[in-house]
Ligand binder design. Structure first.
Ligand code: GLY
Ligand code: MN
Ligand code: MN
Length: 430
C-alpha cells in the first residue's frame, strides 16, 4: 500500500461495534469486490469494497471476512480468508498479504486461504440460525452488475435454504456515518492534498489552457503527495460546461472571460475529499460573475451553520432552499411571483439550483448515512450549493467538507483552501 493504513485497533473496534448490533446466533459475511474485466486480458484497476476497508483495512482482491460473535470456538469469532500467496505469485504480481502481515494490519488472529472458505463456512453454518448479508442499500445506488457479494448471497441461500437472513447494510450505514478521530485525520489528509492541487492550478490556469491539462496538473500534485488518485471523476468545466452537473470529459480549451468550475478531490488511504471551486480563467471575475459568486458563498456559509446535532436532513434542505431563494431574489433571477407560485414539490429556486446541498463523505465520496435519522457529532458532510445560468454562459458551485461538532458550528476541514473571490483573484495574478 502506498498510504498509511489506520492502526489495527480501529478496525478491531469497527468490527466490535458491528458485532454488537447482531442478533444472537448470527454470522455475517463480507466479500471483496471483483476485479472487473474489460476485454482480452485487460481489467479495471482493482477497487476494494469500502465495507471491507472499514472492517479490516485489507485492500486486496478475493478477501472474505466472517464475523460470528457466538462461534463455539473463540478463534472463529473473526475469520479472514485471503488469496493464497506463494513465490510464483510474488514473482508475477508482487507480494500479497502473508498471514502475519494480515494479522498485523487487521488485528484478526485467524487467517485462512480463500480456498478453505466453503469448508469453514459449512462448519460455522451448523452453529448459527441467521446469516447477515451485505446488500448495497445506499440511497443513490443504481447497480446493474452482479457483484461478488451478490454471487455469494445466491450461493449461500441455495446451499443453506433453512437459515434465516438479515441485513448488514443498515448497521454499517449507521456506524460508518460517524467518523472516528483517525478517520477524520485521513479525510483531513485527503483535503490537504486537494488543497495542494488547487494551489498548483491557480498559477497554471490562463486563457488557452485545456481542461485536460488542468486535470493533469491536479493528478501530478495528488500522486506526489501519496494520494490514491482522484476520489471521483474530476469535473473541469469551463464556460458553458460549468452548467453540466456531471461534465467529466474535460476536453475544451479555456477562453478569456469564462469561468472554470473545478469539482476535484483527492483520495488518501481510500478516504475521499470533495472540493468545488469556481475561478475566472482570466484571473478576474466580471461584476456579474462576482455577484453570483458571492451569493453562492453566502448560501454555503449559512448552510454550513445549520449542520448540527439533532437536525433532520429534510429540514436542513428546506432551510437551505429558503436561503437560496432569498439570494436568487437579490440577484433578480427570481421575482416575487415565482416564489408565490411555487409548490413544495417544485420550489422556484430549483430552476437554478437543482441538486442537493450536502452528502456524507468518507470511504465513499457519497458516503453511508441513514438520512431519516438526526445528525450527530463527527458526521462529515460536504456543503455545495450552486447557481447555474446557461443563459449567461456560466455556473458557479462552491464545495467544502465539514465535521459536525457536539455544539456550535461544524469545523470546515477545507478552511485552508482559498475561497473568497478577492483572494482567488490575488493568487491568480501573483
Ligand atoms: N463530486 C461529487 C459531488 O460533489 O457530489
Ligand atoms: Mn464535488
Ligand atoms: Mn460533493
Amino acid at each position: 500500500m502506498r498510504y498509511e493504513p489506520l492502526s489495527s485497533d480501529i478496525y478491531q473496534k469497527n468490527r466490535q461495534s458491528f458485532m454488537a448490533a447482531l442478533n444472537p446466533k448470527s454470522l455475517a459475511v463480507f466479500n471483496s469486490n471483483d476485479t472487473y474485466p474489460i476485454s482480452a486480458d485487460s481489467t479495471l484497476p482493482f477497487a476494494q469494497h469500502t465495507d471491507m476497508l472499514y472492517l479490516t483495512g485489507v485492500d486486496q482482491e478475493e478477501t472474505i471476512l466472517i464475523l460470528f460473535p457466538d462461534a463455539a470456538d473463540p478463534k472463529h469469532r473473526e475469520v479472514l480468508f485471503l488469496r493464497e500467496t506463494n513465490p510464483h505469485i510474488a514473482v508475477w504480481e508482487g507480494a500479497k498479504l502473508t498471514r502475519k502481515a494480515a494479522r498485523d494490519l487487521t488485528g484478526i488472529e485467524t487467517i485462512y486461504w480463500v480456498q478453505d472458505f466453503e469448508k469453514v463456512f459449512f462448519e460455522l453454518a451448523a452453529q448459527c440460525d441467521t446469516f447477515y448479508f451485505n446488500k448495497n442499500e445506499h440511497y443513490r445506488a443504481a447497480v446493474e452488475t452482479q457483484t461478488r457479494e451478490d454471487r455469494f448471497i445466491e450461493w449461500a441461500q441455495k446451499n443453506y435454504p433453512t437459515h434465516q437472513s438479515a441485513r448488514s447494510n443498515p448497521i454499517l450505514q449507521k456506524l460508518r456515518s460517524l467518523k472516528s478521530a483517525a478517520e477524520i485525520e485521513q479525510i483531513r489528509k485527503a483535503c490537504e492534498i486537494t488543497h495542494q492541487g488547487f494551489r498548483r492550478i491557480l498559477s497554471f490556469v490562463k486563457p488557452g489552457v485545456w481542461e485536460y491539462e488542468i486535470e493533469a496538473e491536479f493528478i501530478h500534485e495528488f500522486l506526489r503527495h501519496r494520494s490514491d488518485g482522484f476520489a471521483y471523476e474530476p469535473i473541469i468545466a469551463s464556460g458553458a460546461n460549468s452548467n453540466v452537473l456531471h461534465y467529466t470529459e474535460n476536453k475544451n480549451q479555456c477562453q478569456a472571460g469564462d469561468l472554470l468550475l473545478l469539482d476535484v478531490g483527492a483520495s488518501y488511504g481510500r478516504y475521499s475529499s470533495d472540493m468545488t471551486r469556481t475561478i475566472p480563467v482570466s484571473g478576474q471575475f466580471t461584476p456579474r460573475q462576482k455577484a453570483v459568486y458571492n451569493a453562492v458563498l453566502r448560501v454555503k456559509n449559512e448552510a454550513t451553520k445549520l449542520l448540527r446535532p439533532g437536525v433532520l436532513w429534510k429540514q436542513y434542505h428546506f432551510e437551505v432552499g429558503k436561503i437560496m431563494t432569498s439570494e436568487l431574489l437579490g440577484l433578480g433571477l427570481l421575482d416575487k411571483a415565482d416564489v408565490q407560485n411555487e409548490t413544495t414539490a417544485k420550489p422556484a429556486y430549483k430552476k437554478y439550483f437543482m441538486h442537493g446541498t450536502s452528502h456524507h463523505l468518507g470511504l465513499d465520496t457519497h458516503d453511508y448515512g441513514l438520512l431519516h435519522l438526526p445528525m450527530e457529532p463527527n458526521m462529515v458532510f460536504t456543503v455545495e450549493p450552486g447557481i447555474y445560468l446557461p443563459d449567461e454562459g456560466f455556473g458557479i458551485r462552491l464545495e467544502d467538507d465539514v465535521v459536525v461538532q457536539a455544539s456550535g458550528e461544524p469545523i470546515n476541514i477545507m478552511a485552508q483552501i482559498p475561497l473568497e473571490a478577492d483572494e482567488i483573484e490575488d493568487l491568480m495574478n501573483a
